[in-house]
Design a protein around this ligand. Structure first.
Ligand code: C5P
Length: 242
């Protein structure tokens, strides 16, 4: 089959032109990076697992009325998605202190936060994704106040739903990162969840043992990355055939 035109290559995914106008093919790679590309590696089979996990989570979210870019999975590593204009802001939702918030404020990892916290980071590899405030987002025109209101409401619904879904399979959703995009239907603007939701951009801890089943295994040289991603897929009931 002739390869479709490559539109964008990121750290963990490639976007190709889709079969119909307004669609893209999202291809999941095995490449893993951390600390803004300073650490690079490969987790064999990660792309296949993340494709399945993200398909499952996006489908469940669509069932409760969260608009997403996901259309359908095409094969082991590819999914068809709606083409959207990505809002250049990463939304991080935190329930438990870990990673950068633990470091920044000197909070012990594992401390339950008094309430869920939403943070914004400007998507820029050159700048290392700096943290920004709503003021920057609106002043620099990355999104409007209305967009931000929609994004917050959607992110909190995603958090509530996924927290429950993961608890059901013995996993604590510590934190995660979301990306949103916009597309226009005739004259209305729709904000949709984009990118992926997988152990690459969520922290997931076993509820009994606190074992980390996410990309922190790679970031912190803990080993067993592939087994951790497989375990998440297995618990969600989407482990692909070997
Ligand atoms: O590193 P930090 O603690 O800020 O990460 C918070 C959450 O956001 C983690 O689940 C991490 O995997 C995710 N994240 C991400 N992409 C980034 C930064 C953070 O997926 N560029």
């Amino acid at each position: 089959m002739a390869r479709r035109r490559k539109l964008y290559e990121g750290k963990a995914k490639v976007l190709y032109e889709g079969p119909e106008p307004g669609t893209l093919i999202q291809y999941f790679k095995d490449d893993a990076t951390a600390f803004n590309n300073e650490k690079q590696g490969t987790i064999t089979g990660k792309g296949v697992l993340n494709n399945r996990i993200s398909e499952h989570l996006m489908t469940k979210l669509a069932e409760i009325g969260i608009p997403t870019h996901f259309v359908r999975r095409l094969n082991m590593r590819e999914q068809l998605v709606r083409e959207v204009e990505i809002i250049p802001v990463e939304i991080v939702v935190r329930n438990v202190a870990a990673g950068s918030i633990a470091k920044r404020f000197g909070i012990e990892e594992g401390t339950v936060l008094p309430r869920s916290i939403i943070e914004y980071y400007y998507k820029s590899d050159e700048l290392g994704d700096p943290m920004v405030a709503e003021e920057h987002i609106t002043a620099f025109g990355w999104a409007t106040t209305q967009d931000i209101d929609d994004i917050i409401a959607l992110s909190l619904r995603v958090n509530d739903f996924l927290t429950g879904l993961f608890i059901g399979v013995g996993l604590r959703l510590v934190d995660f990162k979301l990306e949103f995009g916009r597309y226009y239907t005739e004259d209305t603007l729709q904000i949709v969840l984009a990118d992926e939701i997988s152990p690459d951009n969520c922290r997931l801890w076993d509820v009994e043992t606190n074992e980390k089943l996410d990309k922190d295994r790679f970031r912190r040289d803990l080993g067993g990355e592939r087994e951790a991603y497989q375990e998440v897929a297995r618990r969600l009931g989407v482990l692909p055939e070997a």
